[in-house]
Design a protein around this ligand. Structure first.
Ligand code: TXA
Ligand code: MG
Length: 314
């Protein structure tokens, strides 16, 4: 039985006993465990069917608490933390030994973040350990942005879902790391590349040799095959295709097969509904989903990244 509620003390008690709790954050719901308790962390990998080579993000109430788990915050990291925490930013930093290798898949670095959610913040203050939490979805599927998304997929496998309502950002955190003096954005997310570059100068988008597969190509997949491309109502099988568009509605296509993410053209709004829209279209049982490419600026880049990876899985 999985209970859904907003009892922070109960969540804290379950986590202290080594059990898993789904937690709200501003990005997506996380599947949390005590990051210092290896059997509990192992259970995360089991419940998600996640390969052990894909490391987890460690969440703390503030930068100060997270300093217990990383060797230090270099200037670039402190600058970004000061500006974006609490918020949708994850920093990859050299880890201290107290963080189990299981959490980091054996890497010498740990990904850390301070989420922005009143309930989860309160929870992180109540427990005396950090929370390891990947997105609360089966490995490879679209991330959950509401408690019912979590319940649909993990119901029965975890005791409690802390209900913080809908996620306001709706897309995962931006992951930033440094190598040889260069800043890399390993995963595009809720903080845009432009916002990061305004503080630390030009960054490289993409992985670091030997770093984790934060950028797995097949991910965020719907069960219905998804393709990414321009929407032309004259060439699509309108009866059997779900349409995901940014601003435009297509009169030639059945209304109930279309999701328009933001008629007014707001990329933040569009990203906050993206995963819910993908789930909605997936549930219609159509032959395919056609998503249009978004403008390659701001959060549009993160949206395109998720759509591209969903399309790769098709
Ligand atoms: O917004 C988010 O980041 C959400 C919420 C729950 O905080 N979490 C999330 O976790 O998206 P997850 O596990 O779905 O994605 C974390 C990504 C993984 O792809 C992993 O490869 C990368 O972070 N990662 C974790 N530790 C890393 C490290 N030490 N170096 C490089 N990448 C790392
Ligand atoms: Mg994930």
């Amino acid at each position: 039985m999985t209970e859904v509620g907003n009892d922070v003390a109960k969540a804290a008690e379950l986590l202290s006993r080594g059990l898993l709790v789904a937690i709200p954050t501003e990005t997506v719901y996380g599947l949390a465990a005590n990051a210092l308790n290896e059997p509990a962390v192992l259970r995360i990998f089991e419940v998600k069917a996640r390969p052990r080579f894909d490391p987890l993000i460690v969440h703390g109430a503030d930068q100060d608490r997270l300093s217990t788990y990383v060797k230090d915050f270099p200037n670039w990291a402190s600058t970004l933390a000061a500006r974006f925490w609490p918020g949708p930013l994850t920093l990859v930093l050299p880890k201290k030994d107290i963080i189990p290798d299981l959490v980091t898949s054996g890497l010498s670095t740990v990904a850390v973040r301070v989420p922005l959610s009143p309930l989860t913040h309160e929870l992180l203050l109540q427990v005396d350990f950090p929370l390891a939490a990947p997105s609360a979805n089966p490995f490879g599927y679209v991330s959950p942005t509401t408690p019912s998304h979590v319940l649909d997929q993990l119901g029965g496998h975890i005791p409690y879902i802390l209900n913080g309502g809908e996620c306001s950002v709706g897309i995962e955190s931006t992951i930033v790391a440094e190598e040889s003096g260069k800043i890399h954005v390993l995963r595009l997310g809720g903080v845009s590349v432009e916002e990061i570059e305004a503080l630390v100068g030009p960054v490289t988008i993409g992985g670091i040799e030997g770093s984790a597969p934060g950028t797995l190509k097949h991910h965020y997949a719907t069960r219905t095959p998804l393709t990414l491309g321009p929407i032309d109502p004259l060439t699509v099988d309108t009866q059997r295709t779900g349409i995901l568009s940014f601003q435009k509605r297509y009169p030639e296509i059945p209304l109930e097969h279309q999701v328009v993410l933001s008629p007014e053209g707001d990329l933040r709004k569009a990203s906050s509904y993206l995963f819910a829209a993908m789930r909605h279209l997936d549930a219609l049982g159509l032959r395919k989903i056609l998503a249009e490419p978004f403008p390659e600026v701001g959060l549009g880049r993160a949206i395109n990244d998720r759509l591209r990876r969903a399309a790769n899985a098709a």
